[in-house]
Design a protein around this ligand. Structure first.
Ligand SMILES: Cc1ncc(COP(=O)(O)O)c(C=O)c1O
Length: 414
């Protein structure tokens, strides 16, 4: 007989709160205080782009196996500057992901480029070459992909498609610090990548931050100039600022926090991989809920656990199942409805006042209405839910999540 569920008055699988992350520690404190000490001793405030920021950029690039990093002040601006680095003509189309943070897509439109939303692979929150291919037109210049939840996309077919059509690939790795695909790090696969380092990510630079990463030196300098009002970095006799851009710089205080965090990143990712894989394996034979399908030869860094709900195995809907799971003390969220194409700004083309630009521009020869293919994305969101997780979970948390999912699945089994 199945156990009485907590939602029905039974005892909870987990009655104590899950542990906090403990992401910031004495290392970050010491690094920040040293910056203050130095500022007080010299009489000069800390700034940006100094040795501390350069060190963080080196540290993060080294973590990715070498390349060029430019630290910026948010993940959204990392996407903005990665796209800015490409110097794409206005009104070009950029294929964008179906399920992502708005900050992963809005920069496209703000650059006067037309975002075209590709659908999801039916098994994941991410898109795939199959979904992207039919959307490529003579106006397409780039593809932005996002490794959502830390789950890798199947990149090789996307890179082949991009090569065939001469398109740039921008990887949005906001949720994928340390994800691997066929042994290669996410962020090193496309032409250029954007990371968010806000406080909830695998590693942070304080409250907000981001990194533009590329192994292409030309793109690196173009991105760096764009991220700082077009300053002529690495150019001689440029005659002044060379391109219009905003000030998206990080700062040296955030950078020292970032360096302390990068030192912790291998442990953070190692723990997350161990925890996520243990839960995945522990639920592999469960009929109602499993950890969502992942691309072969990839390793998620698990920003959260994307759980696949199999309605044919239970008598209740996903919302009821998640409610029961939450009552057992498990941090379950019923839906990850991060579908920017559903939001008013996109549907109503609210980018440049009421003009409808770029879609309505007479020089743009594509569809006047925003294009979004999200049928699979909607289905994936309907058939999946999230369980929050992080690197400070231990064996007890792993066991509790597996046990609670098993208990609820059994109680509601058909
Ligand atoms: C996939 C993705 N892209 C972009 C962003 C934007 O990053 P930020 O919040 O640092 O601006 C996020 C934020 O969570 C994200 O998850």
């Amino acid at each position: 007989m199945s156990q009485k569920l907590a939602v029905d008055g039974g005892s909870k699988v987990r009655s104590t709160p899950f542990p906090s992350r403990g992401l910031i520690g004495p290392e970050e404190r010491a690094a920040a205080l040293a910056m203050f000490d130095q500022a007080i001793a010299t009489g000069n405030a800390f700034g940006y782009g100094g040795p501390a920021e350069q060190q963080y950029e080196k540290d993060f690039a080294a973590y990715l196996g070498g390349g060029f990093a430019d630290a910026v002040n948010s993940g959204s601006n990392a996407v903005y500057c990665a796209l800015g680095a490409l110097q794409i003509d206005a009104l070009s189309e950029v294929i964008v992901p179906p399920i992502t943070d708005p900050g992963g897509i809005m920069p496209v439109a703000l650059l006067g480029l037309v975002p075209v939303v590709a659908d999801a692979d039916p098994r994941t929150y991410n898109t795939s070459a199959e979904q992207i291919a039919p959307l490529i037109t003579e106006r397409t210049r780039a593809i932005v992909v996002a490794h959502i939840a830390g789950d890798a996309l199947d990149m090789d077919p996307i890179l082949a498609l991009a090569k065939k059509h001469n398109l740039y690939v921008v990887e949005d790795c906001a949720q994928a610090h340390g994800t691997t695909y066929k042994g290669r790090m996410a962020g090193t696969l496309g032409d250029i990548a954007a990371f968010s380092t806000m406080f909830g990510k695998h590693h942070c630079t304080g409250g907000q931050g981001g990194v533009v990463f590329t192994r292409n030196e030309t793109l690196h300098w173009q991105g760096k100039r764009f991220a700082d009002r077009g300053k002529p970095f690495n150019l001689t006799n440029a005659g002044g600022n060379v391109v219009a851009g905003l000030n998206c710089n990080l700062n040296d205080l955030s950078a020292v926090i970032g360096s302390a965090q990068v030192a912790k990143l291998p442990r953070i990712i190692g723990n997350r991989v161990r925890i996520g894989n243990a839960i995945r394996d522990g639920l592999a034979a469960n009929a109602a809920v499993t950890v969502g399908w992942q691309v072969p030869e990839s390793q998620s860094c698990y920003w959260f656990l994307r759980m696949a709900f199999h309605p044919e195995a239970v008598r209740v809907d996903k919302a009821t199942f998640c409610q029961a799971l939450a009552a057992e003390g498990i941090p379950a969220t019923v839906a990850y409805r991060a579908i920017p194409a559903e939001y008013p700004w996109f549907r109503e083309r609210r980018v440049f006042g009421a003009s409808g630009f770029p879609w309505t521009c007479s020089d743009y020869k594509g569809p006047r209405e925003p294009q979004a293919h999200i049928a699979n994305a909607l289905r994936v969101v309907e058939t999946h839910f999230n369980i929050a997780m992080h690197e400070s979970y231990g064996d007890q948390e792993i066991a509790d999540i597996i046990e609670a999912v098993r208990k609820v699945s059994e109680a509601y089994a058909r």
